[in-house]
Design a protein around this ligand. Structure first.
Ligand code: NAP
Length: 276
């Protein structure tokens, strides 16, 4: 029951109705018997600063920030973790004494999900994509000591990402498959495969992989993307994207509600059921 002691948090986006975060955080509040509530907060572009200051003044502990506000949230933070600085984005904000403290949990969430699938974030890693998610993942993998290779349909964006990170190698989009045999992990961080749409001939491309390759997709609608299906058919270890969504949420829950929730079968099934 919501009362005067309820701890408040939420997710800001535009639109935000599709977000699964309220379902997940409220589930965790329930199983851990926390007097907390996590609400969707639709905030139009241009209104983020007003919304953040208002929520902080109204006693919210903090918020998640999603599309299209992650970069602006980064600029509005009074303090940033090293991870958020390297990712150039903030998705998890905490309000403290009128200040906004920002973190970016996408990259660590991705790495935690790899580990949960018994894949060590190490060795040579090829990231497809150079958008916001790719950037957070690349930074986290560099922090783990990986040799990061990046390829993107728009080459300039990949070059900008490597230059911002100060490390990494750009491979041309047209011929990255020729380098696949050198990689330990392949990551799709583009929106290819969303909604099941993807014309890429993954089976032919994956013929060039060594059998120790692990293949991760951060797209989770559908859970089994065309890339992951082809990788499974080739006998490669696969890592789906839904786990990243769950693991990236843990740090925010801890910051606002005070404990680290488990990413267990129950929480995974809850989101799965909503996706299918
Ligand atoms: N699992 C999770 O928790 C999680 C978290 C964040 C994001 N995601 C998913 O990750 C995907 C990327 O998100 P984002 O925030 O990084 O988006 P973004 O910043 O808009 O970047 C999109 C990326 O996809 C590439 N791309 C789009 N269409 C393509 C196509 N037809 N062929 C090749 N490349 C294409 C873009 O390449 P160009 O630069 O050439 O346009 C860019 O690299 C989305 O599907 C999102 O839902 C999942």
């Amino acid at each position: 029951m919501i009362n005067g002691k309820t701890v408040l948090a939420g997710v800001i986006g535009w639109p935000v109705a599709h977000s699964r975060s309220p379902m997940l955080h409220n589930h965790w509040c329930k199983v851990h018997q926390i007097n907390g509530a996590y609400v969707p907060l639709p905030v139009a572009p241009g209104q983020l600063e007003v919304a953040l200051r208002g929520l902080a003044a109204a006693g919210f502990r903090g918020v998640n920030v999603t599309i299209p506000h992650k970069e602006e949230a980064f600029r509005l933070c009074d303090e940033l973790t090293m991870t958020a600085k390297r990712a150039g984005a903030a998705n998890t904000l905490r309000f403290e004494d009128g200040r906004i403290l920002g973190d970016c949990t996408d990259g660590t969430g991705f790495c935690d999900n790899l580990r949960a699938h018994a894949v060590s974030p190490s060795g040579s890693v090829l990231i497809l994509g150079a958008g916001g998610a790719a950037r957070a993942i690349a930074a986290a993998l560099q922090d783990c000591g990986c040799d990061v290779f990046i390829t993107n349909r728009t080459a300039a964006r990949a070059e900008a990402l490597v230059s911002a990170l100060g490390a990494g190698v750009v491979l041309p989009w047209a011929d990255w498959p020729a380098r696949l045999g050198e990689m330990q992990i392949l990551i799709n961080a583009t929106s290819l495969g969303m909604g099941g749409h993807d014309e890429t001939d993954w089976p032919s491309i994956l013929q060039q992989a060594q059998l120790g390759l692990s293949v991760a997709d951060i797209v989770y609608t559908p859970l089994q993307t065309p890339l992951l299906r082809a990788a499974q058919q080739r006998g490669l270890r696969t890592v789906e994207g839904l786990g990243m969504l769950l693991y990236q949420a843990r740090a925010g829950f801890h910051a606002w509600f005070g404990l680290w929730p488990e990413v267990d079968k129950q929480s995974f099934d809850l989101l799965m059921a909503d996706l299918t």
